[in-house]
Ligand binder design. Structure first.
Ligand SMILES: Nc1ncnc2c1ncn2[C@@H]1O[C@H](COP(=O)(O)OP(=O)(O)OP(=O)(O)O)[C@@H](O)[C@H]1O
Length: 206
């Protein structure tokens, strides 16, 4: 998967959030989008996943050398983000079933293994509305990492996780990120330290 940005900018009303972004994101590489609160990391991620159009510039997606239309980009990606909600009325088991009606499991994974990976043995049949914020975050991450998609987009991946949860997240990166195009929006070193490219949003302020 390759995402190419040419002179991309996005504004809300009269305020430019970023401008003049020329950048190429490539499979097998991991990228950290960095910047303080409110600087525009999530906005750029939404442009990169096709859910928000840029105000100026050109964005192109290609997979295995073939152009991907912007309205089908979502089928190629897994996203875990604070603003992406789980379905609270489902149990964990039902949420996993629902998610994998639309995505395939990564090779070697299945529902039982995903549930084992989550390590929340008493919660399989618990309603998600009764999950703690850390448990919900674990479930969001597991669904994203275990889906067989070429792009992995993670916005604040360790929010609500304790120290053990952060180690668990870094284990997921080791096990499931290889070969994918991984993008992490963050301002915390422990969650993006593994990324081999860094893009600082403040470099694209007007
Ligand atoms: N739909 C919108 N309409 C107007 N302004 C918006 C909209 N979405 C975001 N913004 C503004 O764009 C700016 C960047 O927000 P964004 O959420 O991208 O920042 P961020 O770097 O991800 O922040 P954080 O680290 O707090 O998550 C903020 O000033 C925000 O208020």
């Amino acid at each position: 998967m390759i995402i190419t940005l040419q002179n991309i900018g996005r504004r809300f009303n009269r305020d430019w959030i970023f401008k003049g972004v020329d950048y190429t994101f490539t499979s097998g590489e991991s990228y950290a989008i960095l910047g303080p609160n409110g600087s525009g990391k999530s906005t750029l991620l939404q442009v990169l996943n096709g859910s928000l159009s840029p105000s100026v510039g050109k964005i192109d997606f290609a997979n295995d050398g073939k152009a991907v239309e912007i309205d089908t980009v979502f089928t190629h990606l897994s996203l875990a983000a604070p603003y992406l909600e789980l379905i609270e009325e489902f149990t964990m088991s039902e949420m996993v079933d629902f998610h994998f009606r639309f995505k395939s499991f990564k090779q070697g994974m299945d529902k039982a293994q995903l549930i084992e990976l989550l390590n929340l043995p008493k919660s399989t049949n618990k309603l998600i509305k009764y999950f703690s914020s850390g448990m919900k975050q674990r479930l969001k991450l597991a669904l994203a990492f275990c889906a067989d998609t070429p792009m992995l987009m993670l916005d604040e991946p360790t929010s609500n996780l304790d120290t053990q949860g952060v180690d668990w997240y870094l284990g997921l990166v080791q096990q499931f990120a290889a070969g994918r195009l991984t993008i992490v929006c963050s301002n915390q070193e422990h969650e993006y330290g593994f990324c081999n490219h860094r893009l600082s949003i403040v470099d694209y302020k007007v």
